[in-house]
Write a protein that binds this ligand. Sequence first.
Ligand code: GTP
Ligand code: MG
Length: 200
Amino acid sequence: MDFNIQNTRLEITAGEPSQFPKNSLPRVAFTGRSNVGKSSLINTVLSRKSLARVSSTPGKTVTVNFYNVDNSFYLVDLPGYGYAKRAPDDIRKWSALTDGFFTKEPSASLISGVVALVDLKVGITKDDAMMLNYLNECGIKYFIAATKCDKLNKTEMQKNLTTMQNSPSLNSGTEIIPFSSLKGVGKNEVISAINRMIKE
Ligand SMILES: Nc1nc2c(ncn2[C@@H]2O[C@H](COP(=O)(O)OP(=O)(O)OP(=O)(O)O)[C@@H](O)[C@H]2O)c(=O)[nH]1
Ligand SMILES: [Mg+2]
């Protein structure tokens, strides 16, 4: 790796697409259902205890956080989806930010790929399927981080991974990485996969 992942700072918390960084650094984004463990994964991957806020109230903030990694690229924490109790204004904000990020220039061309988080115990929900289909349609590269794998024993884990692999929402051959922030499982694999996306 020719960047220092330890040298990371939260550069911008954007409440609207006009606040996205104006430079041309590549971006790797994280998507997932609210409460899937996105902030925890970001902290684990960056070896930081609380750079990304781990919340007890799911889906509270509808913002896009840009983490500047060693002035080489951005890790982008997109707002979670599938949170039922969301106010209409927040839903509008979610769509504007997500569409702004994935489909509007200059943002869209700067995306190297996406880490799509799916809870391994819950499996691919309707909302996950919608997000994955959206990524497929946009032609964006992604891999799956199958989160909270510590909640399952080996047999259950294998079973759920196989089910996930066969999901019609995934392009065949999509990489699935079992992950646990709690146990530190999958950390190096996620870093390598991000690294590959940036270099491709
Ligand atoms: N067992 C287990 N629990 C986890 C793991 N990662 C996160 N959690 C728990 O899941 C809850 C949500 O974690 P967050 O990291 O805040 O999830 P998030 O996707 O960022 O949530 P929002 O930003 O609110 O949408 C917290 O209670 C965490 O402690 C994990 O690897 N294993
Ligand atoms: Mg979060």
